[in-house]
Ligand binder design. Structure first.
Ligand code: DGP
Length: 112
């Protein structure tokens, strides 16, 4: 697949405000925050979309959720929202799987 800006951040070729990283994942601040805290959690593995993941990725997907909880907790968030936009029609613009971690304000339901 073509490398994306998130792939470049994961490989150190592009800058980001990284708040957490390990051998499988990293988390950094969103450039265009939609809430007072808006973090992105990505796998180092270049999965374009959640749809692309399969059973081999089960542990990785669980790890991403645990990282989301960890960075939310470290940001002092008791209440937060985790969002994955899957596909352009759902609002995905960067085709490297990412979890949005949003907090610091109230959220409405259903989402827009
Ligand atoms: P999505 O629409 O779900 O694909 O979300 C992509 C998010 O990525 C969007 O909230 C803006 C953010 N973003 C795009 N380019 C960059 C970048 O170069 N650096 C950072 N930190 N965030 C970016």
């Amino acid at each position: 697949m073509t490398d994306t800006i998130f792939g470049k951040i994961a490989s150190g070729q592009a800058q980001a405000d990284i708040v957490y990283e390990d051998d499988r994942a990293l988390a950094f601040r969103d450039l265009n925050p939609q809430a007072p805290t808006h973090l992105l959690v990505i796998p180092r593995k270049p999965l374009a979309t959640l749809s692309e993941a399969d059973s081999d990725d089960q542990a990785l997907l669980g790890h991403l959720l645990l990282v989301a909880n960890r960075v939310a907790s470290e940001a002092g968030l008791e209440n937060y929202r985790v969002v994955v936009n899957n596909g352009a029609g759902a609002g995905q613009t960067v085709f490297h799987l990412h979890l949005h971690v949003l907090g610091g304000r109230n959220f409405s339901w259903p989402p827009g």
